[in-house]
Design a protein around this ligand. Sequence first.
Ligand code: GLA
Length: 391
Amino acid sequence: MEQLVRRASDLLGQTFGNGPQVVSAAPGRVNLIGEHTDYNEGYVLPCAIDRWTVAAVRPSTDRVWRVVSDAYPGEVVEIPLEASCDPQGPQWSRYIQGVLVWWLRQRGELPGAAVALTSNVPVGGGLSSSAALEVAIATALEGLTGQRLDPVQKALACQWAEHQYAGVPCGLMDQLTAVVGEADCAVLIDCRTNRFRPVPFDTQRYAIVVMDSGVRHELAQGEYAARRQDCQEAAAILSRSHPHVWTLRDVTITMLEEHRDQLGERLLRRARHVVTENHRTATAAAALVSGDYELLGQLMVESQSSLAGDYEVSCEELDLLVDSALGGGALGARLTGGGFGGSAIALVPAAQVGDLIATVQRDAKQQLGREIRVERVRPSGGATLIAAPHL
Ligand code: GLA
């Protein structure tokens, strides 16, 4: 992270002539298990990872944020500080605009600023680069103003930014993980109450390896919204006979069997994924607590087959990476995040990381005809202020 901080400070100085007053960082994430459950008020078990987005910020006296990012060299985006402004500017700057607008509406005035961003969270890689950016900005605002946000409120602010300003109807998992992640831990989140608790992950003996499929699916956003819609419809149908059903969190497998005909094939399969995934996630958290990594791995494999079969959010490349990892000694492997491309993860004994990486890289080269990024990530802490006048 030090290197990213140095680069952000240098970039700020080179572009705007002065160093930062506030520096914040927020991590990407992998999700061990609990996929497409967050917007159904279910359980998720993600980890923040040691990949970061860093924001170096220097307040100014005008009403504009001027932002430069090392991902888009030479481009300075101007974001006006207006609470009623529509989304504008390139897509990446809208995450920032959304967080600024939330703050102006909910928390009050902000100074203008010059901002430089650096990141090693790959964009579109399924590791939540957008949440890392939103949370890095919200954290910088805490540093600039000296006002602290409650962790859940902070995550909700960033989710609001993503819904309203980037047009992505995401759940809360990514933002909350980027805020509350803990070193060497996964976080079990109950997305009904937004309560969360760290669950230790034994990084001495086990490793998480990320395999980036390199696929950036154009349809992903529309398909994501369509899955949400399917889940809502399924819950609405079931609530006619079971009034206590509010979301798929309240649904059991028996209910699905009983109402097969009303649901129809597609909604039955979507709902079956969510109901079984919730169960797998609760079991996986217990397995992690008791140190049963074999069981955690098995549940990850079951999750993948449910995501590919019932939920239809995998793709050929992700399936291939998962199979390759399992063939190369992983205890479990599955896509992570929304799917349709992005990354898969593998759970592997730490001693076998090198072999696994070599196997997956070789298989990808042979079967996909290209090099892919395969690397170990470590469960890390959540967003942090590295420099601020109020620290
Ligand atoms: C994306 C969303 C999350 C979650 C996952 C699927 O990452 O941002 O809220 O819904 O997909 O589990």
